[in-house]
Design a protein around this ligand. Sequence first.
Ligand SMILES: [Fe+2]
Length: 517
Amino acid sequence: MPELVVGPMLRYVDETDASVWVETSEPCEVTVEVGGTRSRAATFTVHGHHYAIVDVSHEGTYEVRLDGEIVWPLPDHPPSRIRLLGPGGPRRVMFGSCRTSVPHDTLHTISHGVDVLRAYGCTMMGAPEEDWPDLLLLLGDQVYADEPSSEMLEFIKNRRDGEPVGEIADFEEYAELYRQAWTDPEIRWLLSTVPTAMIFDDHDLRDDWNTSATWREQMARVPWWPRRVISGLGAYWVYQHLGNMSPEERASDDVLTRLCKAEGDGAEILDAFAEHSDAVPTDNRWSYSRDLGDTRLIMLDSRCARQLDPGDRRMIDPVEWEWFTEQLRREGVKRFLIGTSVPFLLPAGIHHIQNWNEKLAQGGWGPRVARWSERLRQYVDLEHWAAFRRSFEDMARLLARTDKPVIILSGDVHYSYVAKADGLPVYQLVCSPIRNPLSRTLRLANIVAQFGVATLIGGWLARLAKIPKPSMKWRIAHGPWFSNAVATLTLDTDPPSARWDTAAATEISEVSTVRLP
Ligand SMILES: [Fe+2]
């Protein structure tokens, strides 16, 4: 009899449609029943795993059946609900990034802190529905393929020896990595009830993924890397990207169409697509946009879409950039939300240092300094928008011309803050990590380096390397906060506000609330 392996996960939701994603233990028919109305989809198979996404157009509590047998909700849990968006769009948008999935025992709570998303799930179960977020944006590092937990290492040890040691090798291990990340009962319930939109960051594939052309050359020489990148992008497509698409987008998606039509296992179809999307990023777009009432959400791929030619480095390749600028031309919306895993506005000093490092790594001070700068770039993660100065300036010019408020949401840096552009309604909100805090020493080092030393020497280094001043001015208005956190943007108040929450055990507590006038 088929069983649920992962999910149900409530994914794409708008005013009329919702999508429920599942992984099952064998091929079957998946039925989602809401208030007596049943919607169905058959599973497709990839690498021996079975998946389905079911479109629903009703609101209310729901059940999931596999070949007619009820498998969800789980006993002892509140029922899962589908809530469509109102005409005004989401009132509350929750976001966060960087979540390691390790056990919730004392030892791991000491090393990794409390999983704030899980604690939020516990709180939500007892809270009135009006207080629930309408949408959750996961902004990268949903899984850590390069730092598996001890459970994951055990799984790997039981199936193979050899390379890569202590890392994910293939689709089978990715499937287990996602299963472990998303099936704690509270997380599972939260993901069944709060719709999610996701975009990857480096650890979903590997630390420093696509930081530079040199990095790609180095990885191309690693024997196990081709299989890893193909599995990582294939698994990302199944576990994260599929639910990002609207029903219309899915209906015209070539990969899904072929997987659904495939006789038996569609692994070759998915692998070929993943391989090509890594080799020729301009042929595929992981970025997407959604109109949510009067808010347009644009989720930008700032990892796979990078153009890394040393002579013309760009955060977003020209084809995808053209798509992005088109999305910002939308008339009739009240605001834009831009999700990009890596922050656009950083503390000023570290912005200058990333500018300086990029110029030197490209040979600005000769080949020997270039090699040293590349090592520094990889070692301390100098890879945000500031490390792609041309793209930073393109974005700054674009935002300066937009008359609507723009709220940029990011993660990755393992601390949270708010930056505000001078004289423009442009905000950078950062929330990181959900569960992967810096040690106390590293927090102190970060404050000293990013907010102290970098401020003192960053501008000087940039001037020394003859780098023009950024065309946009901004300041860090609030933060940094270093605790594990999720943030919630409230959009139905005037002005909107954002609140960061942390957790102790299963109790949520406020870190800070910031108005965004
Ligand atoms: Fe990251």
